[in-house]
Design a protein around this ligand. Structure first.
Ligand SMILES: [Zn+2]
Length: 405
């Protein structure tokens, strides 16, 4: 059998978060795996045993590993960006009314989301699937767009409905895993929706069944609900199906109330906008936890002062996400990209460029449970890249140029 084709990718600069940085640079690829990456001369002269079958000169770009979007809602892509009006509950109501419901519309929305992710240089997505159809559309995408990662099926069940929620989640997960078994590159797991819609027992069962995700510590209303079973989310649940005496306050924060479940598995915790020092201590003691911070979405909803740097300082990995396209600015060319999130944190907080690249790639790979080396340019890593326009005559560091300085 012939060896797979070797391709030399040449770029004005190459960079990853695992030690590769060169300008000009090159990445040699055989089949779908990286053979070598670094300075153009080194890769050409020393890393390749023979001349490559093909050379692709990408020109005036910084070539990086493809980015990882650790928290997306691809099935909402059809709605498009929306202004945030009213309360969070009004907004949730709008999403419920406008989200696609027919199988064909869900498939089209997920396909559009995958295409927009790929166009933005995103190579892996952690997607929250609002329906079985969204999982199938993601895992079995058949129009040539390959964006591996995870599909987390959103499940509900709280108070007196927790048991029924667990039963339903178990059977849907088993059916979907069987249906997607051939898909290979997309793992299927559960997303207990949030502490105001899924009970602790459902969180614990999701952890027993795999590596789940959830929305955690997202709003002050959630904090109130978890602490004392009161506030806007209690009112919503009562409106939807009458008073539920099984709903009880935990007397503490969401992170601490759910700590037992968080310790049980690897988890991706979307948002964590409202955390205290004691919560950070708990998270730092959960070795499987990765926080998925969605800076543009957090700002859209008015949350301020995210503690991602405190988390990183305590050894808690923080990956980046977009949340849904609804939260993105209407004029953003790449609304499902991770580079806009990096640029936002650079402009707002002056965050270290290397830290941002780590969050956008390596921590994202960790969040999605990808193979070792994924989202780096290391030998043997999957050959999935982003190419970002730069000015090669500008002496400014290429990645810093991409971040807007
Ligand atoms: Zn979300």
């Amino acid at each position: 059998m012939d060896a797979p084709e070797t391709v030399l990718h040449v770029a004005a600069a190459v960079r990853d978060a695992a030690g590769v940085a060169a300008r000009p640079g090159a990445v040699a690829v055989q089949g779908d795996r990286i053979l070598a990456a670094g300075a153009l001369d080194d890769v050409q002269r020393h890393a390749l045993e023979r001349a490559p079958d093909r050379t692709i000169d990408h020109g005036e770009v910084l070539l990086t590993p493809a980015f990882v979007n650790a928290h997306a809602h691809l099935d909402l892509t059809a709605i498009g960006p929306r202004a945030f009006e009213g309360t969070f509950l009004d907004w949730v109501g709008m999403v419920m009314r406008e989200r696609p419901t027919s199988a064909a519309d869900i498939r089209a929305a997920v396909a559009a989301g995958l295409r927009r992710s790929q166009d933005a240089g995103v190579g892996w997505v952690g997607d929250i699937a609002g329906s079985d159809e969204a999982v199938l559309a993601r895992a079995l995408a058949d129009d040539g767009i390959r964006v591996p990662g995870v599909s987390w099926l959103e499940v509900f069940g709280i108070g007196s409905r927790t048991g029924a929620g667990i039963e339903s989640a178990e059977s849907r997960l088993a059916t979907l895993r069987a249906a997607c078994a051939g898909a290979g590159e997309v793992r299927v797991d559960l997303q207990p929706h949030a502490p105001y819609s899924a009970g602790l027992a459902l969180f614990e069962r999701a952890a027993e069944l795999g590596s789940p995700s959830t929305h955690l510590a997202e709003t002050e209303a959630e904090l109130e609900f978890v602490t004392s079973a009161s506030g806007p989310f209690r009112d919503l649940l009562t409106r939807l199906r009458g008073d539920d005496p099984m709903l009880e306050g935990a007397g503490t924060t969401p992170v601490r109330a759910f700590a037992a479940a968080l310790r049980r598995s690897t988890w991706v915790l979307a948002h964590c906008n409202y955390v205290e020092d004691a919560d950070l201590d708990v998270l730092a003691g959960c070795p499987g936890v990765v926080v998925a911070y969605c800076p543009i979405a957090s700002e859209y909803f008015g949350h301020r002062g995210h503690r991602y740097r405190d988390m990183l300082a305590r050894g808690i990995p923080v990956a980046l996400g977009t949340d849904s396209i609804l939260c993105q600015p209407p004029d953003e060319e790449f609304p499902l990209g991770i580079l806009p999130a990096c640029r936002r944190l650079r402009a707002r907080d002056g965050t270290d460029p290397g830290t941002l690249l780590t969050m956008a790639t390596v921590h994202g790979a960790h969040a999605l449970g990808l193979e070792s080396g994924a989202a780096t340019l290391a030998r043997g890593a999957p050959a999935r890249f982003a190419t970002l326009a730069i000015d090669s005559r500008d002496p400014t560091d290429p990645w810093l140029q991409c971040l807007g300085g």
